[in-house]
Design a protein around this ligand. Structure first.
Ligand code: ZN
Length: 155
């Protein structure tokens, strides 16, 4: 259907769409681009809704923000469990919690990378990661074995 539309097939279709959004005067646009008023009217009626996909993109961005919020939430939960496990002397559980927190950070970095359309995100330079890594290493200092295990895991 789109193929038969002279407006969709027009090389200046984006410009025409903009004009159609701002103006109801088919005549001027038709004359400017050598199109028929009917074609413009039909195009605006049938094909312009696709332009509203722009607002869909906004919606997806909001959902993405929500996703990041959730990852941050679970990361803080993992940290909380790490604290709990430590206070109970359960280092194995504390390490598991650390592992979860790291997964959350990894996920966060990936999600943010996808959202901001950057093909590569280096988690090692993220401030969230640096802060967490420092906190983990400090809290594991009294436990050299655990610290060593963590360093192995990170390698
Ligand atoms: Zn069209």
């Amino acid at each position: 259907m789109g193929r038969q539309c002279t407006v969709c097939g027009h090389k200046d279709v984006e410009e025409i769409n903009k004009l159609l959004l701002c103006s109801d005067s088919y005549r001027d646009i038709a004359r400017q681009f050598g199109l028929s008023k009917d074609a413009l009217a039909r195009h605006k009626e049938s094909h312009m809704p696709e332009l509203l996909l722009k607002s869909q993109e906004v919606k997806e961005t909001l959902q993405a923000d929500n996703l990041l919020d959730q990852i941050v939430y679970y990361e803080s939960e993992a940290r909380r469990f790490k604290g709990l496990a430590e206070s109970q002397g359960d280092l194995e559980l504390a390490l598991k919690a650390v592992d979860r927190a790291l997964k959350c950070l990894d996920l966060f970095a990936k999600a943010r990378g996808i959202i901001s359309d950057q093909p590569q995100v280096n988690i090692l330079v993220l401030p969230e990661w640096i802060a967490l890594r420092t906190a983990i290493i400090q809290s594991l200092r009294p436990y050299p074995d655990a610290l060593e295990a963590l360093r192995d895991a990170l390698r």
